[in-house]
Design a protein around this ligand. Structure first.
Ligand SMILES: [Zn+2]
Length: 120
C-alpha cells in the first residue's frame, strides 16, 4: 500500500528522471526529509555505474560522511538493477520503494534480469 507521502516522493523521483532525460530518477529520505536526489547520468558522464540510485547514494554518503545509511528510505522510479541493489545492501539502506519492475523496463531497453530479491 502506497500512502500520499510516498506518492509525493515518487513524483519527485519522476521529476529527477525528467531532468536526466531518462526514465530513471531517485531520492533518499533521511529524518523524514529528502536528503538527496539524482538521476541517471550514464551517457552524460560516460560512466556505466552512474545510475540514479548510485548517484543518489554517493550524494547522501558525502552529506552524512558515512558509507552506511541505515536510517534512510530510497525511492526510485525503476526497480533497482543488480548493481544498484548491491550498493543498497552495502549501504544498509533498509527500505526501497520503486515504481516499475525490471520486466517493464526490459520492454524498452536491455536489462540484466537478475532481480533485486535474488541479489538480496
Ligand atoms: Zn542500477
Amino acid at each position: 500500500m502506497v500512502d500520499s507521502g510516498q506518492q509525493a516522493y515518487m513524483r519527485l523521483a519522476i521529476q529527477q528522471a525528467h531532468q536526466g532525460q531518462t526514465p530513471f530518477g531517485c531520492l533518499i529520505i533521511h529524518n523524514d526529509q529528502v536528503i538527496a536526489q539524482a538521476f541517471n547520468t550514464v551517457s552524460s558522464s560516460h560512466d556505466p555505474t552512474a545510475h540514479g540510485e548510485i548517484n543518489t547514494i554517493r550524494l547522501v554518503c558525502q552529506k552524512l560522511q558515512s558509507h552506511k545509511l541505515p536510517n534512510t528510505v530510497l525511492f526510485t522510479t525503476g526497480k533497482p538493477c543488480p548493481m544498484c541493489m548491491s550498493a543498497i545492501l552495502y549501504a544498509q539502506i533498509p527500505q526501497v520503494i520503486y515504481g516499475v519492475s525490471i520486466a517493464t523496463i526490459a520492454q524498452f531497453m536491455p536489462q540484466i534480469t537478475i532481480t533485486s530479491e535474488e541479489v538480496a
